[in-house]
Write a protein that binds this ligand. Sequence first.
Ligand code: MN
Ligand code: MG
Length: 468
Amino acid sequence: MPDRSGHPGRRWSVGGAWMLVAVLVLAAPASAAELVIMATTDIHANIYPWDYYANAPSDNVGLAKIYTLVKEIRASHPNTLLFDNGDLIQGTPLASYLVAKGIPQPGELHPIIDVLNRMGYDAATLGNHEFNFGLDYALTTIAGARFPYVLANVYHPGTQDPYFTPYVILDRSIDGEPIRIGVIGFVPPQIMVWDRTHLTGLVEAGSILEAAQRFVPEMKAQGADIIIALAHTGADPGNRSENVAYTLAEEVPGIDVIIAGHSHLEIPGPGLPQVPDGKVNGVQLVQPGFWGQYLGVVTVSLEKEGGSWKVVDTKAELRSTASVEAAPEVLAWAEAVHEAVVSYVNQPIGETLALISSRPSLLTDTAVIQLINDVQLYYARQWLQGTEYADLPLLSAAAPYKSGRGGELDFTEIPAGGITIGDVASIYIYDNTVKILKITGAELKAWLEHAAQKFQEVTPGRGEEPMY
Ligand code: MN
Ligand code: MG
């Protein structure tokens, strides 16, 4: 066969070029792909961008705005997942309305779960507030979900048998290739204190870290290519009990992405300012604030090697819903319950002769706190009548609820005139249960000292100093 180049060196150079190409092909992975994980946390019963207390639109809350972002991301990425991280069904008058009406009954769909079903959520976990209305209410609610609920650190009493499904392995495909996605859920074990009356004897909650140490290796053994923790817990470095997301990343190998929550902070951002990219020990943390202010988005770069996928990089960001239009589909899905709640909260139930404001509640007595205490004392006195405790001095404690924690609009302001159910919900925003405790003078003193820790010591005459 004639040599076309007529030069042996040329053949080498051509051959060398081909070899170089061959080496590049061998060095490239069998497959590389991107997976986009979307997450919500601490939605607290916000579907419409609406403030039921003020009876006015609210800019950056609600699943309707979240869904607009979800649709955009789904339109531009073939491989996406959507998760909710708990504290979903409590927090607005919409939630209180449903509980008051006994919705859902067994077999009935909770309107918020209906929205999550239609939005196409892939999995979710329970937050502490899911237990506020009792275990049966939580179970009836999640029974309507067309996606799995996972929770690994709650057990049948006296056992290590998980009460809920601890984790799932979702079989999906990425660019036509199968991938096994492990999803595990956690809740602060403090639910046993906060909802003691609802949960004692029915379930027991244990350490998040211990549950992770137990189940993550199981998930790996079942072939999970990637492990995502739906961790309804904040990220306080060093914390091992309530807000353990940081410690979880440091101590439990195998988790790739942690969706954090519960502390209502943002990661990347003020929830972990010392870690600007949200990566702790190579684990990607993301925490999308609360009420639907942000959608958490984690972009995971994967490579397939030897038959299994490997995470090679992650990137987290929070997408604000502030200037996002509400998705009309979500508004339509929830219209009936939204309208019912608006008319419910606008029912007049009384009248005030003066402005009721919570603004200085952290600094001094206000009408809002006094009203709560008066109501608590009114009922407590009735309960104690005719009992051995009737003659004991009776005190009332109330927390300054709407006192600015959620921003400059997070106050109660009720002008003179009619009072509605919505106004009352603004005065007392949580679905708590009033309890009477018998205590000693020493315990009272210790409790007052504990409450005083909220405040800084200021020196009179020194000028402006932060008070808390
Ligand atoms: Mn919450
Ligand atoms: Mg919480």
